[in-house]
Design a protein around this ligand. Structure first.
Ligand SMILES: CC(C)(COP(=O)(O)OP(=O)(O)OC[C@H]1O[C@@H](n2cnc3c(N)ncnc32)[C@H](O)[C@@H]1OP(=O)(O)O)[C@@H](O)C(=O)NCCC(=O)NCCS
Length: 149
C-alpha cells in the first residue's frame, strides 16, 4: 500500500454528477467497453453516491448504494488502483447509515473482481451470468442474511 493521498466523501448526484461520470466513463466505457447508455441508468438520481478525490480535488473513484441494498459502480481510475481507494469507498458505504439500517447489501460482481469483494466479506451466490457482455456473479455478506441465522 503506498501513501498517495486521497479523500472520500458522500457526493450529491446533482452537484457531483460530472465528477462521478468522469470516473465511471473512463473505467466502464473507455476501458471495459460497456455501452454508455447502460452505464448511466435511472437509479443514479436516487442512489447514495460516494466519491474519492486526489489531493487536488480531481475525481479518482466512485461507488453507489441503491435503496434495495445493491452496491455498484465500484470504479477506481487505473492509475490509482492498488492504493486502497476501492477499499476506502467500500468500507465507507458499508458503514453508511442507509446500508446499516436498510436491506442487506449485495452486488453483482464482475468475476475478475470477486477477490476484491471477498476481501470485504462478500461471498459469491448462484451462477455466473452475463451483463453488458461481462461475466458477473451475485455476492452477499453472509452476516446480513437474517433468513439463514
Ligand atoms: C476493483 C477495484 C475497484 C479495486 O479498487 P482498488 O482501489 O484497486 O482496490 P484496493 O487498493 O482497495 O485493494 C484492496 C485489496 O483488494 C485486492 N484487489 C483489488 N482489486 C482486485 C482484483 N481485481 N482482483 C484481485 N484482488 C484485487 C488488492 O490487491 C488489495 O489487497 P491488499 O490490500 O492485500 O493488497 C479496481 O480495480 C477497479 O476499479 N477495477 C476496474 C473496475 C471494476 O472492475 N469494478 C468492479 C466492477 S464489479
Amino acid at each position: 500500500m503506498s501513501n498517495r493521498t486521497f479523500s472520500t466523501r458522500q457526493a450529491r448526484w446533482r452537484q457531483d454528477r460530472a465528477s462521478l461520470m468522469q470516473v465511471r466513463h473512463k473505467v466502464f466505457v473507455d476501458e471495459q467497453g460497456v455501452p454508455a447508455e447502460i452505464e448511466m441508468d435511472k437509479a443514479d438520481a436516487h442512489a447514495i453516491h460516494l466519491l474519492a478525490e486526489d489531493s487536488a480535488g480531481n475525481p479518482i473513484g466512485t461507488i453507489r448504494l441503491l435503496s434495495n441494498g445493491q452496491i455498484g459502480r465500484m470504479a477506481v481510475l487505473k492509475a490509482w488502483r492498488g492504493n486502497g481507494v476501492g477499499s476506502a469507498l467500500m468500507t465507507m458505504i458499508l458503514n453508511h447509515p442507509a446500508a446499516i439500517s436498510g436491506p442487506p447489501p449485495f452486488l453483482n460482481a464482475q468475476t475478475q473482481a470477486i477477490p476484491f469483494y471477498r476481501y470485504h466479506g462478500f461471498i459469491p451466490v448462484g451462477e455466473v451470468f452475463l451483463e453488458a457482455g461481462i461475466p458477473h456473479r451475485r455476492m452477499e455478506i453472509p452476516a446480513y442474511d437474517q433468513s439463514k441465522i
